[in-house]
Design a protein around this ligand. Structure first.
Ligand code: HEC
Length: 399
């Protein structure tokens, strides 16, 4: 018990750091996108200044100026924005290990999708993140990457293909977290392997009085635009892990594709707005279409339900049998399921009184959202789900 609690605490701390770092990263990146777009030139300014923006915050005024060539003097201290990104990835990867790679049989593998060994599942997961970065990076550097529109189309097709791939290798939940981890890795890779190194060279060149190669800046700009458009979908994918209906249906990979399109459109609206131009309001209804499609796909993708039993026809003995075989292997004081050390979320379904007391949550998890049994590891049938539903509707009696 004490051991399990300690592990839960570690997981919670790591998740907390991951989210806080992510907020700092996305916050600063949204801020700079908006700042950059709002810079306006003025004759009063130093000719080396591209533009200026005035802002008010925290009881004072900020006069922000952007130098695109070396300023007259370099301040002693220059703030770099990188640790927000690095720490988001580090804690995110730790969390991936804690939740998924330490419990592959519970969270990552769904034998009805692919009968992977725990070792293979983890190797495929990690290798796919590395390979995904390499493919993306090479794509940006190839002839395809020379045209934004071409790259966007090829990139999107690849993203959908990899979503399809993941959902046909891992459990739904494992697949979604890997899409999120892959996109997140690409975003951090952009910062770590391209944007920051290029920026360092630019600073060095400017300080030496030389004109830096414009290709350095252009490549960094390209990657930071990608990061900008990938922010909303990556956050969606992370949150979706807590909403089983997004990843349990058979069209889950198409759900992702639709959400990606919707979030690109929404991000685009903000990017236009930040420049001070009149925002294009048609983008919102345009984004609502793929979002509605995503919702419809989650509905259509559910397996057909079995016929509902007659009211009053389900006896508690049947319910108890279903719960014991399908749920209590994990949800008991001493779970027998390999990889589960203690009752998940403290939910115990091992006595008639507990089963009856938890009826609404059983309904919610096993019937309404189908989040449970986790990845249907215990092979509950549609008929059994309907029996649970009928028992709850009949008043969830424990005799
Ligand atoms: C293979 C192990 C396993 C089986 C089998 C299983 N569960 Fe779970 N259950 C879990 C895990 C792990 C969690 C925690 C999920 C998370 O972290 O998101 C959980 C969470 C829950 C929760 C709490 C959800 C919440 O977020 O508050 C309920 C309720 C639940 N399960 C009910 C059931 C029912 C009902 C069944 C049988 C139909 C079942 N479980 C079968 C592993 C299992």
């Amino acid at each position: 018990m004490a051991w399990g609690l300690l592990i839960d605490w570690v997981e919670l701390l790591v998740r907390w750091m991951h989210v806080v770092a992510g907020i700092a990263w996305i916050g600063s990146s949204f801020y700079f996108i908006a700042l950059d777009a709002s810079l306006a030139p003025h004759p009063r300014l130093d000719p080396r200044v591209k533009g200026e923006a005035w802002q008010v915050h925290g009881g004072g005024f900020y006069q922000m100026q952007k130098f695109t060539v070396a300023p007259e003097f370099m301040p002693e201290h220059l703030t770099w924005f990188k640790w927000e990104a690095y720490s988001t990835w580090i804690f995110g990867f730790l969390l991936l290990i804690l939740v998924y790679y330490l419990h592959p049989t519970v969270y990552l593998i769904d034998r009805s999708v692919m009968n992977l060994s725990p070792y293979d599942a983890v190797v495929i997961g990690v290798a796919s993140l590395v390979a995904g970065w390499i493919v993306y990076d090479q794509l940006c550097k190839s002839w395809i990457g020379q045209d934004t529109r071409r790259l966007a189309i090829v990139g999107f097709v690849l993203l959908v293909a990899i979503s399809f791939g993941y959902t046909h290798v891992f459990s739904g939940r494992g697949a979604f977290i890997h899409i999120g981890a892959l996109v997140g890795t690409i975003m951090v890779g952009n910062v770590f392997l391209l944007i920051i190194p290029n920026q360092r060279i630019v600073v060095r060149e400017l300080l030496a009085g030389r004109t830096p190669d414009p290709a350095l800046g252009e490549a960094a700009k390209q990657r930071s635009i990608h990061n900008n458009y990938l922010t909303l979908p990556v956050v969606f994918v992370m949150l979706s892990n807590h909403y089983a209906f997004t990843y349990t249906g058979r069209w889950s990979w198409l759900v992702l594709a639709a959400v990606f399109i919707a979030s690109f459109l929404v991000r685009h609206w903000f990017n236009i707005k930040h420049t001070g131009a009149r925002p294009d309001w048609r983008l919102w209804p345009a984004a609502a279409v793929p979002m509605a499609l995503a919702a419809a796909l989650t509905l259509l993708g559910q397996p057909g339900t079995a016929a509902a039993p007659e009211p009053g026809s389900v006896h508690f003995a049947q319910v108890q049998h279903i719960i014991v075989t399908r749920c209590a292997v994990c949800h008991a004081a001493k779970p027998s399921f390999d990889g589960i050390e203690e009752a998940p979320k403290g939910v115990m379904l091992d006595t008639p009184a507990r089963i009856a007391a938890l009826a609404p949550r059983i309904y919610q998890q096993a019937v309404a959202t189908r989040a449970m049994p986790l990845n249907n590891l215990t092979g509950i049938t549609e008929q059994e789900r309907q029996q649970l539903a009928q028992w709850v509707q009949d008043g969830a009696k424990s005799e």
